[in-house]
Design a protein around this ligand. Structure first.
Ligand code: 3PG
Length: 308
């Protein structure tokens, strides 16, 4: 089988080598398409692929239509909002993700951004410390758990809200479960977002929740920019000069933040959360193994789309 690795933002070379080993040792071949500039390049590359590994690359109906032999696409990562699941199902393509494989990298980046903000971007003035501050985890999945582990080392008081996780499981991880999302935002000096981007969550973080945050609060977004109601965030930051926003990837209106809120935001130029050698190896190799296992035994563990 021909397995295409299509990554606009490439994996570390060491990860590609390990993915290649997994695929070739199972008797398949690997083709690499990195840093492609247009959907057409992806369409051409996928034309004779039986399987595909992607990251945040868009896999829409046009990609599926361009891939008549495609049987499986694996998003090497957690969030699969870049995959058109209906198009995959319609095209008889199994869609999977690799949950948990890059979570620690994302959590470490969140803390990197928090330290940067707490120390005023290292501008020479007195900043603040994370120890003793409150951290609210909006969702308690794989990344939330890594956040809690790291936050404990920093001596932070950690709260979490997740309607899909038992409160006892949150408490077992040493985190205080709260009863409502409103309570989470009210008690947290830092709120860190770990929700997926879907029809329910898109634009859901806005004035209503953010205005509950205490004085000097910081919103940390390593999830997706789409979950933010950006006009409401901007309006609130105009009203409240104490609020800061840190995001792994620029918002739509990044220039406006530069003009209006100097020193109160930080944006990575490219999505960096999962961009470590370790995370690339973990997620990429998991994706390769899932494809090998699917072709060998029909294993559909981690499938995220419905069958036809
Ligand atoms: C994920 O959902 O796994 C992360 O956002 C990583 O995205 P990336 O592979 O594009 O870096």
């Amino acid at each position: 089988m021909k397995i295409l690795v299509a990554t606009e933002k490439p994996f570390a070379p060491v990860a590609v080598t390990q993915i290649r080993d997994v695929v070739e040792n199972a008797g398949h071949s690997l083709v690499l398409l990195e840093k492609y500039k247009s959907p057409q390049e992806l369409h051409a590359a996928v034309a004779d692929a039986d399987a595909m590994i992607v990251r945040s690359d868009i896999v829409d109906a046009a990609v599926i239509a361009a891939a008549p032999k495609l049987k499986i696409v694996v998003r090497a990562g957690a969030g699969y909002d870049n995959l058109d699941l209906n198009a995959c199902t319609a095209g008889n393509v199994v869609a999977m993700n690799t949950p948990g494989q890059n979570s620690n990298a994302v959590a470490e980046l969140a803390f990197g951004m928090m330290i940067y903000a707490a120390r005023g971007g290292f501008d020479g003035k007195s900043g603040s410390e994370l120890m003793g501050k409150t951290l609210g985890l909006h969702a308690f999945g794989n990344v939330g758990r890594c956040m809690a582990r790291i936050a404990a080392g920093f001596g932070m008081k950690v709260y979490a809200f997740d309607p899909f996780v038992e409160k006892t499981a949150i408490a077992d991880a040493g985190v205080i479960p709260v009863d409502s999302i409103e309570e989470l935002y009210s008690v947290s000096q830092y709120v860190s977002l770990h929700i997926p981007a879907n029809e329910k969550t898109k634009g859901s973080i806005g004035e209503r929740l953010l205005s509950l945050m205490p004085q000097g609060a910081v919103l940390v977004n390593t999830a997706r920019k789409e979950v933010i109601n950006e006009p409401e965030l901007v309006a609130l930051m105009e009203k409240r000069g104490d609020l800061k926003y840190l995001s792994d990837i620029s918002p739509d209106n990044a220039e406006l933040f530069g003009q209006k809120f100097p020193g109160r935001y930080f944006f990575t130029p490219k999505k960096m959360g999962a961009q470590t050698e370790e995370a690339n190896i973990n997620a990429g190799v998991a994706a390769g193994r899932q494809i090998v296992s699917f072709f060998a035994t029909g294993d559909e563990t981690f499938r995220v789309n419905k069958p036809k």
